[in-house]
Ligand binder design. Structure first.
Ligand SMILES: NC(=O)c1ccc[n+]([C@@H]2O[C@H](COP(=O)([O-])OP(=O)(O)OC[C@H]3O[C@@H](n4cnc5c(N)ncnc54)[C@H](O)[C@@H]3O)[C@@H](O)[C@H]2O)c1
Length: 280
């Protein structure tokens, strides 16, 4: 018996990275997964490199490998018509939606606020925040129809709780995701549907490579930036051992009385004093 036998989850940004890891873990627990991703063959959403169709197909294959069933759906969550089409396609195949893991995202160029192009600001807000709103707007009525016990996880970031200067568009969007989730948790409480947020710290995913590429850094530069940042010596962690178990827990009945919560998965980085270990 899996934790999610007979259930259906929509995972946005499901083609690769953390979304892929969540998809495989949910499938292992009996959940059928609709993998929504822009998957536009590595065209860029300036300056961010998106997942490709091959990435999406590879995740479908990995889900099958664990005995699961995955539906690949090409959706740009910034576009309401595409989101509505994604809902229809998911219902045509699976008949219902019980869970949503809204976790698509993109990092910005490093810039001061006053040097951030308006177009770039709008795009980062659209991908990280408005896309989450649109997904919620059109998926939630289906989760309500499926009945009590549904659950939603929205992916924010430690940048949704603290300051990351020069990434302020991203931070503003990720703060917004937490606000969106808290309001939604209130609105969905009477329906017996839970809404929680996760805030990853540093996770090894293609986002890190894409960010490095966009900002002229090597992967080694990126890794070294995370050295000593957390309390456990974790550095860049694998999603399978960090955010994925958090998502599985928050969707499962183990978390049946947990809603409106923001779960930080950062190996303690946020509470580490900037000055380092003052006792040594
Ligand atoms: N990797 C980290 O260190 C880190 C830290 C904190 C938060 N996060 C957040 O975790 C989430 C998952 O990121 P990841 O680390 O797996 O990176 P990733 O780049 O591998 O995954 C993001 C996915 O979102 C998809 N996507 C982007 N724009 C989209 C759009 N408009 N419509 C549909 N899909 C779109 C991409 O194609 C990609 O598959 C993101 O919300 C990210 O902001 C990541």
């Amino acid at each position: 018996m899996g934790k999610f036998d007979g259930k259906v989850a929509v995972i946005t940004g499901g083609a690769r990275g953390q979304g892929r890891s969540h998809a495989v873990a949910l499938a292992r627990e009996g959940c059928r997964v609709a993998l929504w991703d822009i998957a536009n063959d590595a065209t860029t959403n300036p300056p961010y490199r998106m997942a490709s169709r091959d990435d999406l197909d590879e995740t479908v294959r990995l889900v099958k490998d664990v005995g699961g069933e995955a539906l690949p759906v090409t959706v740009d969550v910034r576009d309401s018509a595409q989101v509505r089409a994604g809902v229809s396609e998911t219902l045509d195949r699976f008949g219902a939606i019980n869970y949503l893991v809204a976790q698509q995202g993109a990092m910005p160029l490093t810039r001061e606020v006053w040097n951030t192009d308006e177009e770039h600001w709008n795009d980062i807000i659209a991908v990280n925040l408005t896309g989450t709103f649109l997904t919620v707007k059109y998926v939630v009525p289906e989760i309500i129809k499926a009945g009590r016990g549904g659950a939603i996880v929205l992916t924010s970031s430690t940048a949704g709780l603290m300051t990351f200067p020069w990434l302020t568009s991203y931070g503003a969007a990720k703060h917004g995701v937490i606000g969106l989730g808290k309001g939604l948790a209130n609105e969905l409480g009477p329906y017996g549907i839970r809404v929680n947020m996760i805030c990853p710290g540093a996770v090894d995913s293609p986002m890190v490579d894409s960010f490095a590429e966009a900002n002229g850094l090597t992967r080694a530069d990126m890794f070294s930036q995370f050295d000593g940042m957390d309390l456990l010596g974790a550095g860049l962690v694998k999603p399978e051992e960090s955010t994925t178990p958090a998502v599985v827990y928050l969707l499962s009945s183990d978390a049946m009385w947990v809603t409106g919560h923001t779960l930080i998965v950062d190996a303690g980085a946020m509470i580490k004093p900037n000055a380092g270990n003052v006792a040594s």
